[in-house]
Design a binder for this molecule. Structure first.
Ligand SMILES: [Zn+2]
Ligand SMILES: [Zn+2]
Ligand SMILES: [Zn+2]
Length: 385
């Protein structure tokens, strides 16, 4: 008779209670496994216990188990050759589903899956890593959201008009008379903002906008201008990044700390003899404006108009001219209540010309002929929407 051809077939687990502890201890001794593993095997009845025993040992074990309320029998069964890699005293129950290593009933019961200890550990580590990665991603997302909200709040705070807006004006180009004319014009533009602000808010700030002039500074390369204002948001985003990249070294040169300002306007000043012109780009609701202006003689009206226009874009104002560049009615009018509505006396700042008759206007001669219309005033929250 072979010494290991008998096995205990467990049909019913012992009853819970102190005697089940005795049963687990006896099983642990007989099978050569930890007591916790033995308890696991007992709880998984019915099953054939995974170790061949000499007949007398098998019978003694069954008696002890019966005394604890379990039931079963002793079977004669051929000995199995292969053992569990982790529990060398137990016979294997087939391969690990991942690596093929030999595993036993205790392995399967303990993990609730046909996996060996090595593979289980690896899986647990990768699950932990996965959770960590998700946590890191979520944290990043939260930081980005909070950052986005705080930028938006800072931008919104600019149009509560409870404190003066700080605006940096960076002159680009030569330190020539044109730059000086523009520099001299800045206090007049501050006064213009104060005058227009008080028209809508009689109790408002005496000085709603403060300009600080930097430069002139010469850019290493010409500044990038947007190709087409109607291009998609991706092109605009990529343009904004290109522009930021081009402006950063200029900020450093003139010692400008961008975060210290609510908005920054960069002005390419050109002096010319053939008339004046101004054009600009400003991101609606952003903090950057770019203006190219020609100054002739002492007259900086158009350049100052362009600066006001781009700054108001930054504060949320929209253009109010049509495809031909004339005022849209009525939102492009300073005094839409006039009857007849045309001609107007002043140019709306988001249009840039004084409407004279349908589809015709003229440039303002001075800042006295430039004003903020009710639509723009509502957009920048000077007036109720
Ligand atoms: Zn494995
Ligand atoms: Zn095992
Ligand atoms: Zn515009």
């Amino acid at each position: 008779m072979s010494s290991s051809t008998h096995r205990v077939q467990l049909l019913r687990a012992p009853e819970a209670g102190p005697r089940s502890g005795t049963a687990a201890l006896a099983l642990a001794r007989a099978l050569g496994i930890p007591r916790a593993d033995a308890a696991l095997l007992l709880s998984a009845a019915p099953r054939v216990l995974p170790r061949g025993l000499p007949l007398d040992a098998a019978q003694r074990l069954l008696e002890t188990l019966r005394a604890a309320g379990a039931d079963g029998s002793v079977l004669e069964a051929p000995a199995s050759g292969s053992r569990c890699a982790e529990h060398p005293s137990l016979e294997d129950e087939g391969p690990c589903e991942i690596c093929g290593a030999r595993i036993c009933a205790v392995c399967v019961l303990a993990r609730g899956a046909r996996r060996c200890g090595t593979c289980e550990g690896r899986l647990a580590r990768s699950r932990r890593f996965q959770r960590l990665r998700v946590a890191v991603l979520l944290t990043g997302l939260c930081v980005a959201l909070i950052w986005g909200f705080s930028v938006q709040r800072q931008r919104d705070a600019r149009t509560t008009w409870t404190r003066p807006l700080r605006v940096a004006v960076v002159l680009l180009g030569e330190d020539d008379p044109a730059a000086q004319v523009l520099r001299d014009g800045m206090p007049r533009l501050e006064a213009w903002f104060a005058r227009e602000h008080l028209r809508y808010r009689p109790e408002g700030l005496k000085q709603p906008v403060q300009f600080q002039v930097f430069g002139p500074v010469r850019p290493e390369a010409p500044l990038p201008w947007p190709e087409d204002s109607s291009s998609g948001w991706l092109a605009r985003l990529s343009y904004a990044r290109t522009l930021q990249g081009a402006l950063a070294p200029l900020d450093a040169t003139v010692d400008l700390e961008p975060r210290a300002y609510d908005a920054r306007l960069y002005v390419v000043v050109e002096s010319g003899t053939s008339g004046t012109f101004a054009e600009g780009v400003g991101a609606t609701g952003g903090e950057l404006g770019l203006v190219r202006a020609r100054v002739q003689g002492e007259d900086a009206t158009l350049a100052l108009t362009a600066l006001a226009h781009e700054l108001l874009h930054c504060l949320g104002a929209t253009d109010k001219y049509d495809a031909q560049g004339h005022a849209m009615l009525p939102q492009g009018l300073v005094a839409p209540e006039l009857a007849p509505v045309l001609p107007q006396q002043q140019a709306e700042v988001m249009v840039g010309e004084v409407p004279l008759e349908a589809a015709a206007g003229r440039l303002p001669n001075s800042l006295d002929e430039l004003a903020v219309g009710p639509h723009t005033a509502a957009e920048v929250r000077w007036a109720a929407q």
